[in-house]
Design a protein around this ligand. Structure first.
Ligand SMILES: [Zn+2]
Length: 75
């Protein structure tokens, strides 16, 4: 079941829609606006943090460099 996230261009609300057809007509459940932009949700759908920071457990910007968060960049 294809579920996509769309962001309303009017109020900025992000909602999930079950899109069965490519040209399915969807509107914002909050304000009823039709200017919805499809969001790319590759791997962060289950996260509710809302942050764009990937949680890969690495540190210093190099995932897997030390295996421990902050292990190689503390101090
Ligand atoms: Zn809206």
């Amino acid at each position: 079941m294809p579920i996509y996230e769309y962001k309303c261009g009017d109020c900025g609300t992000v909602s999930e829609f079950i899109v069965l057809k490519q040209d399915e007509e969807i509107t914002c459940p909050l304000c009823g606006g039709a200017k919805l932009t499809k969001l790319m949700s590759a791997h962060n759908t289950a996260s509710s943090s809302g942050s764009s920071m990937p949680d890969f457990g690495g540190c210093c910007g190099s995932p897997g460099s030390c295996g421990t968060p902050g292990g190689c960049c503390s101090g």
